[in-house]
Design a binder for this molecule. Structure first.
Ligand SMILES: Nc1ncnc2c1ncn2[C@@H]1O[C@H](COP(=O)(O)OP(=O)(O)OP(=O)(O)O)[C@@H](O)[C@H]1O
Length: 747
């Protein structure tokens, strides 16, 4: 928001009524037409668009409750100018319903579908409240707008800046992950409006000298149910305890809380509950086409890959349940070059990068792999074509917010949810919440398999193998941590198949469980995890994780340490129970019994208990104790044999294709030569036998699957060279890999 000098032209033009006069008029107008408490202005007819507005000739005022134009509202000229410049004319339902009440100073609990304009429903009353109070720089913090995530706070700040650009208030964005906290501390006391995440606000409350919110006029919680959730409970309680009780409070969300406890925490006074879409047949936007597809766990990546290949001209938002999965899928798919730019977003990224990714995704067609950090509130320029939920959301509210990233305001959108057989209950729950889902079955024949390519990548890039293992573990952890046990049952998951689908040669040991995840033992093992063991990867929200200033790699390493520590603790707990399903390596300190009288030069071998053993006895002991190692070796051999077989088949296919291509090229060149230059050019335009297209033909055939692809939309134009599935692993590289594998087996 910019400050105006008294001499500015705009100030002169608008100054027919002085500010004081305008405020008096607005107050009288608002008072004269106050909607009944408990009424919904939406039930009133809109006013005629060309009728008189404001004070009428007889001294009365025009009606504003029920009107559907911003111009008909009793709001300041500065706000109206801001709205007009942003091209906002007609109000959405939630704006029509709530703004008349909030202008009267009432507390609001607003609920409306995603993308229905809730932001303006609180930005306008905030500006008006401070304007009418003639708030100035010396008055300090007059309004706090809180958001659960940094990106959303950034977006709200932009809306506030653009609609409030003619007002003279100072506003600041206070979010975690920004290094300039000291500079922020110097200025924060001079700000009138704070747009913030709870963690950063609390940090200022704790650390900034003289930070004062005692004059606060309005408190807004966007995504209120999320901020009132347990994750933010402590922070929010601490914040509320420092705010004056006498204030206006506005709560908005697509999935609003009605919990009396929550409302009591915020000391709301006779709030107006405005749930504008409660009578609607659906809880999601009408222009959103939603499908659910039954996908077994081990087929999820194949399905995702096939989906992306079939929608190369779309903007696709993909939700996964942990940062590690996001990283793994992003890194591997990037190497496989699907033919569309890929991006990733998660809570462990540096803030600048997060903001950069967010803006880039708004600008160009691409696939964004994300955790739930992007699930709420973000508008992405209203241009997301598809929301793909690869991992099931934790509940119906999470589902509603995720799919709500598409089909915003008047635009359409599509979404697909991958449901595993063990998660079928989710579909019933979604139906109960009035979410219209068309369940379709995947045509397995048409799915392009990606797990073998992943396996090859993992051999080529050992770092990816580590990432795959981490993705595997954090996925299982995320399922275990879910509250709804009717839907999420880690014991029902095909663990070995999951591991293979990530390209891992063998199922990793779940170290934090200290047990192989099989059958019932999983839940037994899980029940031994201390209750307060936090799931690092599920805590996506920035306020919980102050920026460490370290690189992602460093953070991965740190996490490993945490995991190792957890492992040790759990291991100790299990071993203290004497459970026979004990995991492998619980390190015990052994006392070595040393024979100081032994002849010099003889090798001494100790058994498990520290007793000395003759050399041959050692051999006997290892061979019997190493059965499990043997088993694992067999598994590895089996897996590698499979890989070799697949590589051979792919190799043969590539050779045949290459042969065919060369032959065709030779023929074509001959013909070109004969026809002369002109015809040759023409022919080039018609049939381009570029290197890029030959494998594409092969891949494209496979990509035409059951989805409504971009082809059907008539949008897709061409497939770039990047669009070749296995391009990044060339024939020579595959041969080299096969050799490497064979060598490593024999060594
Ligand atoms: N009155 C209006 N006229 C035109 N466009 C509007 C209007 N109100 C809001 N919009 C646009 O609609 C889109 C969605 O608005 P907004 O982000 O406020 O939705 P929301 O209800 O807060 O969604 P979510 O529940 O996902 O947070 C934005 O692009 C916004 O600019």
């Amino acid at each position: 928001m910019r400050k105006q000098t008294p001499k500015s032209r705009k100030a002169k033009i608008q100054n027919r009524l002085s500010e004081v006069n305008e405020i008096e008029l607005l107050e009288a107008w608002i008072e004269s037409g106050k909607p009944e408490s408990g009424s919904n202005p939406l039930s009133l007819d809109p006013l005629p668009h060309k009728g008189p507005v404001g004070r009428l000739t007889d001294g009365s005022f025009s009606r504003y409750a029920g009107c559907d134009r911003f111009s008909q509202l009793p709001v300041s000229k500065k706000t109206k100018d801001g709205l007009t410049q942003c091209k906002y004319k007609t109000m959405t339902d939630i704006q029509r319903a709530s703004i008349p009440h909030s202008l009267c100073g009432r507390d609001i609990l607003g609920a409306a579908k995603t993308g229905s304009g809730k932001t303006l429903a609180f930005v306008i009353p905030v500006l008006e409240k401070l304007y009418k109070a003639r708030w100035g720089p010396e008055d300090g913090v007059g309004c706090i707008i809180m958001s659960p995530t940094r990106e959303l706070a950034g977006q709200l700040f932009e809306v506030l800046k653009s609609v409030g650009k003619h007002h003279g208030f100072s506003a600041g964005l206070l979010i975690g992950g920004r290094k300039d906290v000291d500079a922020e501390k110097e200025h924060v006391n001079g700000l009138n409006i704070l747009v913030c995440t709870p963690g950063r606000l609390l940090q200022h409350m704790d650390e900034t000298p003289n930070f004062d919110c005692s004059q606060l006029q309005v408190l807004v919680l966007d995504e209120a149910d999320r901020i009132l959730d347990v994750g933010f409970k402590k922070d929010l309680n601490a914040i509320i305890s420092q705010l004056p009780k006498h204030r206006q409070t506005l709560l908005f969300s697509a999935t609003q809380t009605k919990s009396v406890q929550d409302l009591a925490r915020l000391s709301l006074k006779d709030p107006e509950y405005l749930g504008v879409h409660e009578e609607s047949d659906t809880a999601t936007p009408n222009r959103l086409q939603q499908t659910a597809m039954l996908v077994p766990l081990d087929k999820k990546l194949d399905m995702l890959w096939s989906f992306i290949k079939a929608h190369l001209n779309s903007r696709i938002l993909v939700f996964l349940s942990s940062c590690k999965q996001v990283k793994f899928i992003f890194e591997t798919f990037k190497k496989l070059r699907p033919g569309i730019p890929l991006k990733c977003l998660h809570g462990r990224m540096k803030q600048d990068r997060r903001m950069g990714i967010y803006s880039q995704f708004c600008e160009q067609r691409s696939v964004l792999f994300s955790t739930d950090v992007a699930s709420r509130g973000l508008d992405f320029n209203k241009a997301v074509d598809w929301v793909v939920q690869v991992d099931c959301p934790e509940d119906c509210a999470a589902y509603i917010h995720r799919v709500g990233r598409t089909a915003r305001y008047l635009s359409g959108g599509r979404s697909v949810l991958f449901v595993m057989p063990s998660e079928m209950k989710m579909l019933e729950k979604l139906e109960e919440k009035k979410i219209p889902l068309r369940v379709i079955k995947a045509n397995e024949k048409k799915i392009q398999s990606v797990s073998d390519l992943l396996a090859s990548l993992l051999v080529k890039y050992p770092d990816l193998q580590h990432l795959a293992q981490r993705a595997f573990v954090t996925y299982l952890k995320s399922i275990y941590k879910q509250k709804d046990k009717e839907i999420f049952d880690v014991t029902k998951l095909p663990i070995d198949e999951l591991s293979a689908s990530l390209g891992l040669p063998m199922t990793p040991k779940i170290r934090f469980l200290k047990q192989k995840l099989k059958g019932k033992t999983v839940s037994e093992a899980l029940s031994l995890i201390p209750e307060n063991t936090s799931n690092e990867n599920l805590l996506e929200f920035p306020v919980k994780k102050p920026d460490t200033g370290k690189s992602d790699v460093e953070e991965v390493e740190e996490e490993d340490l945490v995991l190792a520590k957890e492992t040790r603790e759990v291991g100790e707990k299990i071993s203290s129970k004497g459970d026979d399903m004990l995991a492998t390596r619980v390190t015990k300190k052994k006392k070595l019994k040393i024979n100081v009288h032994r002849p010099v030069g003889t090798r001494v071998v100790f058994d498990e208990e520290g007793n000395t053993l003759p050399p041959l006895a050692r051999l006997a002991a290892t061979s019997s104790a190493d059965d499990s190692v043997q088993l694992n070796k067999e598994k590895v051999n089996q897996r590698y044999a499979e890989l070799r077989k697949n590589l051979k088949v792919a190799d043969k296919e590539d050779k045949d294709l290459d042969k065919k291509r060369r032959k065709e090229k030779r023929i074509k060149e001959k013909m070109k030569y004969k026809r002369g230059r002109e015809e040759e050019e023409k022919e080039d335009e018609d049939v381009s036998w570029s290197d890029a297209e030959i494998p594409r033909g092969r891949v494209d055939k496979k990509t035409k699957i059951y989805f409504d692809s971009d082809d059907e939309d008539g949008k897709r134009t061409e497939t770039s060279k990047e669009g070749i599935g296995a391009d990044s692993i060339s024939l020579a590289e595959q041969e080299e890999l096969a050799l490497k594998l064979l060598n490593s087996m024999h060594s």
